[in-house]
Ligand binder design. Sequence first.
Ligand SMILES: Nc1nc2c(ncn2[C@@H]2O[C@H](COP(=O)(O)OP(=O)(O)OP(=O)(O)O)[C@@H](O)[C@H]2O)c(=O)[nH]1
Length: 371
Amino acid sequence: MGIIEKIKAIEEEMARTQKNKATEHHLGLLKGKLARYRQQLLADEANASGGSGGGQGFEVAKSGDARVVLIGYPSVGKSSLLGKITSTKSEIAHYAFTTLTSVPGVLKYGGAEIQIVDLPGIIYGASQGKGRGRQVVATARTADLILMILDATKSEHQRESLEHELEAVGIRLNKEKPNIYFKKKETGGIKITFVSPPLPGKLDEMTIKAILRDYRIHNCEILVRDSTCTVDDFIDIINDQHRNYIKCLYVYNKIDAVSLEEVDRLAAEPNTVVMSCEMDLGIQDVVEEIWYQLNLSRVYTKKRGQKPVFDDPLVVRNGSTVGDLCHSIHRDFKDKFKYALVWGSSAKHSPQKCGLNHKVNDEDVITLFTK
Ligand SMILES: Nc1nc2c(ncn2[C@@H]2O[C@H](COP(=O)(O)OP(=O)(O)OP(=O)(O)O)[C@@H](O)[C@H]2O)c(=O)[nH]1
């Protein structure tokens, strides 16, 4: 039996099996097997095409301060959005499948440069290893944020099927890595510890052991730190190098074509923004939400006696320190650092004299003094 047939067979068996106390353990084992075969399929595909992410027009060099990847079905308005928020123009035609290669565009936000990549609207079937879908997924893995563009006039099915595809290839949306410690060992057998007893229906010792046997793991240490962890969480942890935890913003386009009630309903969903590219509605909200989700801060530098440079900020993660800023300038810059003057919301008074441990805020201005 080929790998695709094996995957199909397991999926069918899972669909047939009723979920209850007696089948819980068996279902867990099936899930583990499914993850293993899917992994193998993706690896085979990558080898066959000569490396991960191969193919024409897909390998987009990462540039700028962050990367946002647009995913969506054909004709939902991805090209229209890209045309509105970035400096790259892509052709818009009134028929499906116009975007065949990924078009990197740059979104400028207060001097920060965010790379926006539009992927072909052909993601469906990716988890079955179907050609381009798999390449789309390889690029999606490199995203700091996924923008799932959805058509407000279409059914929820579009969102569910995209989520399912991403899920099947190991991309976890808006989810933290499960709180389970796992370390393979050379000897010593299997040691499993639960910080608190597992809740009913959650991950239990018997299922862990069965999955480990299936994965041919005979020596390891496991610490389940959270009693709400599920079998799926455990499978993610043992397949950790093939998992990506990525934030996702759901963007519903074409709200001009649905009722106000429907717009309200969609807008109230978590991690969701609504817009109409055609009517130029909500586009700025999308940009602001992208910036917010990326969790970045811009810090403008200023030379002594001069005005700050507002078009070329240092861009760092929220919560970064002056030390992190120095590091982003140059690896060795910290060694030369004497002190900094900071203006802005992180400063107690303007300017505040600070050391390397001072935490900066978005839009602060800084002057660095060196030895
Ligand atoms: N009613 C309405 N139509 C829109 C809106 N935005 C885009 N469209 C239409 O939807 C169609 C597809 O738009 P594109 O921007 O090419 O969509 P795409 O997702 O890039 O499509 P592919 O290139 O096929 O992946 C075009 O005919 C647009 O005119 C909108 O806000 N409202």
